[in-house]
Structure formats: structure tokens, C-alpha cells
Design a binder for this molecule. Structure first.
Ligand code: RIB
Ligand code: CA
Length: 307
């Protein structure tokens, strides 16, 4: 399976990278970075650090700092000043590629011999810009599997989830592209909380990767407690990759979803019409259920597969 991961590491993005590198059947064409959890410089450095630490040979392409239309927002209160606070990565020589993320996405999709699975775990700015630059890439994308949106309430405004709220115009372009959309939203990711028993379970694996996981998650949880009063942070992003590792993990409903780019208070809302009130053309598979024990089994197996 040819995949591109577009991300804004970010504690949960880092675990999505870990999952992606744990299965040889993922042919990772590249990892692209976007501003979101932190600035583009920091998310790019974090991606390089995680990939090097895990001993993966993924190439990193730096992406967009600014959204398509709205002003840039970041999320230091959850992911810290570095965007990946809690673990000190060893020094290394891994560098980002010269090509920018949008150019890479267009070129890699157009030249792929098989359709590409696009995974996005941050704001969808890079993919939105890629569609604007070359709409024909839609013909060689198998599906877009995104962490973002919510059938229910948001997590950065009452209406909107962070990734979509960062760049609703980009998400709107992607949802209207005609490419099959698999939306992994807060409705399922809020069920996979890194509770103390999860941390202890992963600590018992006892390798350097589990040590990284534990240290990162302890900081992630500290900030999630401060901001949301949660006893464990939701491990949002890895659910995308995990749903590709085991299709039984997540149940999706095929519905019409529209992105609100017009209103002020609901900007970035994903209006998922599960009852079919509006009788509009269906365009998205929206996650409604998740097998939580299976998710943690997938995470544990992946961490144990590293040294
Ligand atoms: O709303 C959760 C999303 O926002 C996750 O992707 C997290 O990493 C942040 O980017
Ligand atoms: Ca993210």
C-alpha cells in the first residue's frame, strides 16, 4: 500500500508515525509536515526526530506555514513549546528534503504506479493546496484517511475540531474532491484515552521506544489534564493508521458531510448528516464506533516491534 502521511507532530502524530513504520506493507512515499500543533519549523524538526529515533527511512518534506485563507493558529498548550515536549531526542543528521510538501504530494501521487492512500493527521492545508495546483491528482488517490472533524461537539470551539478549524477551506476542497473520504473524528478518538493503566502497560514493554512513548504521554497527559481535566489524553491521530492495519477496528457510516467555511462561530464544523435530513449526495465515510481494546493491542504490538 503506497501511503503519504501529512502531519503536525504533535504527540499523537508521533505515534501515528510509529504505527506506520511498524508494518512493512506500508510503502511510505514520504512524510509531509504542516503547521498546526506548533509552527512548521517545529513540526518538521519533530517529524525528523521521531523518524530518526525509530530508525525509519521516511523522507520528510516541509509544508505550509499558513492556511489557505484564515490566520494561522497553533496549539502549544497541549503539545508544549517544542510541539513534542517530554522527551529529549538524540542528536542526528537527518534533514528535510529540498522539495516542499505540496510539490512532493503532487509529484508523488502523479508518478505512483498504484493509487495512493493519503493519511492526514493535521490541518489539511498541504493536500488542499495540492488539489488546487493539480486537480488531476484525485484520479490517483485511493482514499483520504483523515483525523479531524466531529459528528458531535468540537474541541477548539463548541462546533469545530482543531485540524478542520485550522483550515476549513482546505478541508472543504478535500471533501469536495470526489476522492473517498474516511473521517476519523473526535466521536471515536475521544474513546482512546492514554489512561495510567495504558501507560503502565506500555512501560512494561521495556524497550527504548516504550520509554519514548511513556515520557511523551506523561507530558501529553499533564497538559490534557490542565486544559480539559482529562485523566488521559485522547490518542487521536494513530486511529487513522490503526484503521488501515485492522479494518475491523473502526465502523464507518457513509453520509454527506459539509464543512462550514462561512459562519464565524461554527467555522470549521463538519456537518455529518447521518440521518440524511438534507438528502444531499453522500461523500464521506464517518467513524462512529471503535474497538478500544483492539486499538491498544495494535499500539502495544507496534511499540514492541521496535527496539
Ligand atoms: O483535534 C485533534 C487533532 O489536533 C490531532 O491531530 C492533534 O494532533 C491536533 O493536531
Ligand atoms: Ca495532529
Amino acid at each position: 500500500m503506497n501511503v503519504i502521511l501529512d502531519c503536525d507532530p504533535g504527540h499523537d502524530d508521533a505515534i501515528a508515525i510509529l504505527l506506520l513504520g511498524s508494518k512493512p506493507y506500508f510503502n511510505v512515499l514520504g512524510v509531509t509536515t504542516v503547521s498546526g500543533n506548533q509552527t512548521i519549523e517545529k513540526t518538521t524538526l519533530n517529524a525528523l526526530n521521531v523518524i530518526d529515533f525509530l530508525g525509519l527511512d521516511f523522507k520528510v518534506y516541509e509544508g505550509s506555514s499558513d492556511p489557505i485563507k484564515r490566520e494561522r493558529v497553533n496549539c502549544g498548550e497541549i503539545h508544549g513549546e517544542s510541539g513534542l515536549d517530554g522527551f529529549t531526542f538524540p542528536k542526528h543528521n537527518k534533514k528535510k528534503e529540498a522539495k516542499d510538501a505540496v510539490s512532493f504530494i503532487v509529484d508523488a501521487i502523479n508518478s505512483s504506479k498504484e493509487k495512493v492512500v493519503m493519511i492526514t493527521t493535521g490541518p489539511m492545508t498541504n493536500l488542499g493546496k495540492a488539489f488546487l495546483r493539480d486537480p488531476n491528482i484525485k484520479n490517483n488517490i485511493e482514499k483520504i484517511v483523515l483525523m479531524g472533524g466531529s459528528i458531535g461537539a468540537g474541541n477548539v470551539t463548541p462546533a469545530a475540531e482543531f485540524n478542520i478549524n485550522c483550515d476549513a477551506e482546505a478541508a472543504d476542497i478535500c471533501f469536495k474532491s470526489g476522492v473517498p473520504i474516511y473521517m476519523v473524528g473526535l466521536d471515536v478518538t475521544r474513546q482512546v484515552l492514554v489512561l495510567p493503566e495504558v501507560i503502565e502497560r506500555m512501560r512494561k514493554i521495556g524497550n527504548k521506544t516504550s520509554d519514548m512513548f511513556v515520557k511523551l504521554m506523561e507530558t501529553f497527559n499533564y497538559n490534557q489534564k490542565k486544559v480539559f481535566n482529562l485523566d488521559g489524553g485522547p490518542l487521536h491521530d494513530p486511529v487513522t493508521v490503526a484503521s488501515l492495519i485492522n479494518p475491523e477496528l473502526v465502523h464507518f457510516e457513509y453520509v454527506n458531510t459539509e464543512i462550514d467555511t462561512a459562519s464565524s462561530s461554527s467555522y470549521g464544523r463538519t456537518n455529518c448528516d447521518l440521518p440524511g435530513y438534507l438528502k444531499k449526495k453522500k461523500n464521506s465515510y464517518v467513524a462512529t464506533k471503535i474497538n478500544v481494546p483492539l486499538f491498544w493491542d495494535i499500539i502495544e504490538e507496534a511499540i514492541a516491534s521496535y527496539n
